[in-house]
Design a protein around this ligand. Structure first.
Ligand code: 0A1
Ligand code: ZN
Length: 898
């Protein structure tokens, strides 16, 4: 058990830095087993008194300190800081340290991956490289000299432009990189190793030619084309959509196998998890392709939203992350299907962020306290943060939003700023009052909105009453009403949106204005017949009256998911069946089907829990048939239909329950799938066949949509009577792409038998040389909701291909198991909890960030059945009792148990 409590950092304690840095020269000499770092830093005083200079530094061996050219011992060091008593108003320090990247398993600071050296400095990794003011509001100009062995490190990279390189004469060489734009040290990066690269170029809107390179391990260079294309598309999109141009000579991407997160936006030297760079049809699924495209864009977009304009302190993380996620979501929407992208993003938000916002770790998108900042790279800061930007975009509209971002970049280029500063630009530029909207930054919890409509036939008016509550969250018992944009349409009996007189000051958003914007790209992709109204809910209860409503409408509420809230309505199942077919808003068409499924499964779970037998509602089966008809139409949007035909995930169903029994939820969902497959076997097979046209592989959206729909059909059939195992096997064998192969493998994973064993053995052999594919091999087995999975995990964790030191592998086994496989993870005997707990304890000292992330599945322990609750609590207590508990793990466990 930890005897000390790590310190909590508070937003309200923020103080500007006492010293600023004019520039820094780093000299980093890499030798096998030790790396020598000499930092020459010019400081200027930033306060009136005579405060000491306090530099951050951890796990460093201090060699020497000099001030203004003279060696000194007039300093104190502890395990976190180096303090020099008031060195003057302007002075230069030269600090020499020694580090050992070879022993760094935490993967922050300078570490090794696959024999190469690389860095990860966000959030506070730079302090493990040298002593420095490691805080984002100290921005400076970096010049970096990297020196290494010519044989083992032929490639030497850092941020900015290459200004010199040469031979040291003794089998060693060096490169000097200069980054002309001031940046905080969390954006510093260095790579040294034996890598190959592919190369291309991009001509910017003002005619600058940028040299683009992607560096990978030799042998992987034929998997980089998609990433390069994605990069060029991102650069073009940012110019067109936000007017942002790239202003350095080089843009380098390096892919490494060992990486705690997805990727990192270090200025002009992005470092990526290989999982988000490498993609070829034979080894990556359509989803992988889309993720690569999205993350390449995300990191590139950070160049302006994060790097040129950065965060004042880590509480402002959403300033860069929320905005950059919103930007990458819009990019992906423009490159692919806007409707499908919105559905996928909302599913992710609901699956993962809503539980976070309802649990013991709930925090606002701008948290006000933390123990370990690495624990706050959360779905709330990222995904809800993006929703908060999206709402500002909706409230301002395309043009005003663009003008406001122009102002933001003009005002703050080269500075470290706050979320308030961003919001102020939105207000100053547009004149829209966002004072109440600010609460989205400080209040945690998912607001609940209730909508009740009433039609007055005599007066031809429609009254829509919206009310809101924001649930209490840890430390925030009482909440104020929020400013919530609710996009609404009124659908007439003929299925067309009614064009009515909206309440005063509400502007109709015809044909996509205010909804589904693509900013200044000029494209309006909303259905032609759509008319929506943007209602601004600000009070706890408000009634909006529409006039000249000739017929009784069915309201379509929260179109495009215009706010990250939980919506309750008094609409009947019939209303939703109507919207499911007729709503002009694609998102709400999909949503209506999901609501019908959720309502029905909720009733079925109630029945089972009170001892009855669950029966699938025939009305639901009928409406599912309507969707199958749509999916079978020759002009169907197949990607969208694949989503429409999918039942809500187990996690979403669980959120509807007061007390969660994963077995019942799973059984009921299975029952529904079974009944649908039994009733519509032939139609499903027909859709499967029509999507399975044996053409040569193409990765265009239409072909990907076909594959998605086909594989939803395969899964349905496999859940029905007489599962067509041989069809799955055949699909596995004959697939010419990873999407189809893995889809077949994943349904076979849920069977027990010879076919299953054969395909898994084959898959391993076929792809042994591809670590990312072997990750899939682990994760499909861990995700299979069959009893043998628990035993299998015990074997898999001792498999020669498994390693606790590789985060992708850890995620592929333990995170896949605990997050995708609620039935096995929550096995009544507690074995699932033991598996996860042991992994967390083993990782706690090796890689605290990854250990802390694995705690997620235990977070909601209070919501499970009492027997499970007790076991999950015991698991958390066992972790808390460990000695040497990292601050990362300590923070989450202690807050979860509170
Ligand atoms: N800023 C990166 C993600 C990132 C964050 C933290 C890391 O280490 C703690 C690593 C990467 C992004 O948003 O892409
Ligand atoms: Zn980011």
């Amino acid at each position: 058990m930890r005897t000390d409590t790590p310190k909590t950092i508070l937003l309200k304690d923020y103080q500007p830095p006492k010293y600023k840095v004019a520039d820094v020269h780093l000299d980093i000499r890499i030798f096998a087993g030790k790396t020598l770092v000499t930092a020459t830093t010019r400081f200027t005083k930033n306060h009136d008194g005579a405060e000491p200079l306090v530099l951050n530094g951890e796990r460093l061996k201090l060699v020497s300190v000099a001030i203004n050219g003279a060696a000194t011992t007039n300093y104190t060091v502890d395990d976190k800081t180096l303090t020099i008593p008031h060195p003057g108003n302007e002075f230069t320090t030269v600090i020499e340290t020694e580090i050992c990247p070879e022993e760094n398993t935490a993967l922050e600071g300078l570490y090794m991956s696959g024999g190469n050296y690389c860095t990860q400095c966000e959030a506070e990794g730079f302090r493990t490289i040298t002593y420095f003011p490691d805080r984002p509001d100290v921005m400076t100009i970096f010049t970096t000299r990297v020196e290494g062995d010519k044989k083992t490190c032929p490639v030497l990279l850092s941020n900015g432009n290459l200004i010199e390189d040469g031979d040291c004469g003794d089998g060693r060489h060096y490169a000097i990189w200069h980054d002309p734009f001031p940046k905080p040290c969390y954006l510093f990066a260095l790579v040294a190793g034996d890598l190959v690269h592919i190369r291309d170029s991009f001509t910017t809107m003002s005619g600058r030619i940028v040299d683009l390179r992607i560096y990978v391990r030799a042998g992987d260079e034929n998997q980089c084309d998609w990433a390069m294309e994605s990069l060029k598309r991102s650069m073009e999109w940012d110019e067109k959509t936000y007017g942002r141009e790239y202003q350095l000579d080089r843009f380098n991407i390096v892919a490494v196998s060992d990486f705690n997160m997805g990727a990192m936006e270090n200025t002009s030297l992005n470092i990526f998890n290989t999982a988000l760079v490498l993609a070829r049809p034979e080894t990556a699924t359509d989803m992988d392709f889309e993720r690569v495209e999205g993350v390449i864009a995300h990191e590139y977009f950070h160049n302006w939203t994060g790097n040129r304009v950065t965060c004042r302190d880590w509480f402002q993380l959403s300033l860069k992350e929320g905005l950059t996620v919103f930007r990458d979501q819009e990019f992906t929407a423009d490159m692919n299907s806007r409707g499908v992208k919105r559905i996928d993003d909302v599913v992710r938000l609901r699956n993962m962020q809503f539980p976070e916002d309802a649990g013991p770790m709930a925090h606002p998108i701008r948290p006000d306290n933390y123990i370990e900042i690495n624990n706050f790279y959360t779905l709330t800061v990222y995904e809800k943060g993006a929703e908060v930007i999206r709402m500002q975009h909706t409230l301002l509209g395309d043009d005003k939003y663009r003008k406001a971002t122009d102002l933001y970049f003009d005002r703050y280029d080269g500075m470290a700023v706050t979320c308030d500063d961003f919001l102020q630009c939105m207000q100053d530029s547009s004149g829209v009052d966002l004072s109440q909207f600010k609460l989205w930054y400080s209040q945690a919890g998912t607001p609940e909105v209730t909508a009740e409509g009433h039609y007055d036939a005599a007066a031809k008016t429609y009254h829509l009453t919206l009310s809101q509550t924001v649930p209490p969250t840890p430390g925030q018992p009482d909440k104020k009403p929020m400013h919530i944009p609710v996009m609404v349409g009124l659908v007439g009996p003929n299925g067309h949106d009614l064009d009515v007189t909206p309440p005063p000051s509400v502007i109709p958003a015809k044909a996509g204005i205010h909804t589904n914007q693509t900013m200044d790209s000029g494209l309006r992709r909303n259905d032609e017949k759509g008319v929506s109204y943007l209602l601004e809910l600000k009070d706890s209860k408000q009634t909006f009256t529409f006039k000249n409503v000739a017929v009784k409408p069915v309201p379509s509420i929260l179109r495009g998911f215009s706010a990250p809230v939980k919506l309750h309505t008094n609409l009947s199942d019939d209303d939703y069946r109507f919207l499911m077919v007729h709503d002009s808003d694609g998102f709400n068409r999909w949503e209506s089907g999901q609501i019908l499924a959720l309502r029905m499964m909720g009733r079925m779970i109630d029945t089972v829990e009170s001892g009855g037998a669950a029966v699938t509602d025939p009305a639901f089966i009928d409406s599912y048939g309507l969707m199958l008809d749509q999916a079978n139409a020759s002009n169907a949007d197949r990607a969208l239909m694949a989503r429409a035909l999918s039942l809500p995930d187990l996690a979403i169903i669980a959120q509807q329950r007061k007390i969660v029994d994963p077995d019942t939820i799973f059984t009921v969902r299975r029952r529904v799938l079974h009944d649908l497959a039994a009733r519509y076997r032939d139609q499903i097979q027909a859709i499967y066949d029509s999507c399975n046209t044996p053409t040569t592989y193409s990765n265009d959206a239409e072909s990907a949509g076909r594959r998605a729909l086909k594989n939803v059909c395969l899964r349905l059939l496999m859940n029905g009577p007489n599962p067509p195992v041989s069809l799955a096997r055949q699909q596995y064998e004959s697939a010419n792409n990873m999407t189809d192969r893995v889809a077949a493998l994943s349904v076979l994973a849920e069977t027990d038998g010879a076919d299953r064993d054969a395909v898994f053995a084959d898959f391993f052999k076929r792809f042994e040389q591809y670590p990312l594919v072997i990750d899939k091999w682990f994760s499909l087995q861990a995700s299979a909701p069959i009893p043998s999975t628990l035993d299998r995990i015990a074997t898999l964790k001792d498999h020669p291909a498994f390693s606790l030191l590789n985060p992708n592998r850890v995620r592929s086994l333990f995170a896949a198991f605990a997050m995708n496989n609620p039935v096995c993870f929550h096995a009544k005997d507690g074995r699932g909890y033991d598996i996860l707990t042991n992994a967390i304890i083993a990782l706690n000292t090796k890689n605290p960030q990854i250990a802390a992330r694995l705690l997620g599945p235990l977070r909601e322990w209070r919501r499970y059945t009492p027997d499970r609750q007790a076991k999950m609590k015991a698991a958390l207590e066992r972790i808390l009792a460990q000695e040497n508990l990292s601050p990362d793990v300590f923070e989450i466990v202690s807050k979860t148990l509170k």
